[in-house]
Structure formats: C-alpha cells, structure tokens
Design a protein around this ligand. Structure first.
Ligand code: SME
Length: 133
C-alpha cells in the first residue's frame, strides 16, 4: 500500500493526495481509519461511513468520482486546493475492507483511464489481502 501511494503520487502529476482508508475491525459504528498516504496531512484521520465521499464509497461499495468537490454536499475538505476526487473501495472476499482515495488540485482530473488505474490498484490490494488471510 505504501508502494502504491508513492508510485501514484510521484508519477501521476494531477494526483496531489493519495491515501488508503481502512475499516477498523470490529468497530461500532464502522469507522474508516487513515492508513498509508502521500501528500499533506489531513484533518480527517477517522471517517464514519455516513460522512464524506469516503463514507459514501465504502458504504455503497462503488467507486465515487467527484469532478467538482465544491458542488458535492458530502465532501469533507482536506485542502482548500482540492478540486476533484476519486474514491475506490477495496474488497476482500466480496466485502469492503477499505478504499483508495485520491484528491486533485485540478477539476475533473479523473477520467475513464484514471478510474481503471485506481480500480486496478485497489483490486491488487484486495487480492493481496485475500491471500494473506
Ligand atoms: N475528501 C474526503 C475526506 C478525505 S481527504 O480527501 C484526504 C471525503 O470527502 O470523504
């Protein structure tokens, strides 16, 4: 996960913050906890499933792409520079265990190819975690 955040942050010029949030095991209510990340420190180190774009992606089990975060009432701000965001859930044996979250300083930074790349990275983590369990 550390390698994925470093590679994406270094090589994808519009990926200005790249990080994982993982579901805390056994927590009630369920909570996303900040894991490995690259970029500025965020105030959102713990996110309940009913908050943020992160909460929406994890609770819905679907990729969420937001082209303009200022137009999305779910958005929890990390940086005033952030304009767009993608959050991709990570599945282990069909269940969401966490997600890969990327913020960009550019509006609508995440097109079809970005979505495929980020979903591929999230799937790599899910498959690795399945093997380790
Ligand atoms: N913007 C996210 C919060 C996490 S930061 O982007 C790092 C959200 O709305 O859930």
């Amino acid at each position: 996960m550390d390698g994925i955040t470093r590679l994406l942050h270094e090589h994808m010029l519009r990926y200005n913050w790249v990080g994982f949030y993982m579901l805390e095991s056994g927590a009630t209510p369920p909570m996303l906890v900040l894991g490995k990340f690259q970029g500025a420190m965020t105030p959102h180190t713990r996110i309940p499933l009913n908050q943020g774009i992160c909460g929406a992606a994890a609770s819905g089990g679907k990729t969420v792409v937001v082209d303009d975060v200022s137009n999305d009432s779910r958005y929890l701000a990390c940086s005033i520079e952030t304009k767009s965001e993608i959050v991709v859930p990570i599945f282990v044996n069909g269940k969401v265990v966490g997600e890969l979250d990327i913020d960009s300083h550019f509006p609508a930074a995440f097109g079809k190819e970005d979505r495929e790349l980020v979903e591929h990275c999230a799937a790599l983590v899910g498959r690795r975690m399945e093997k380790l369990r």
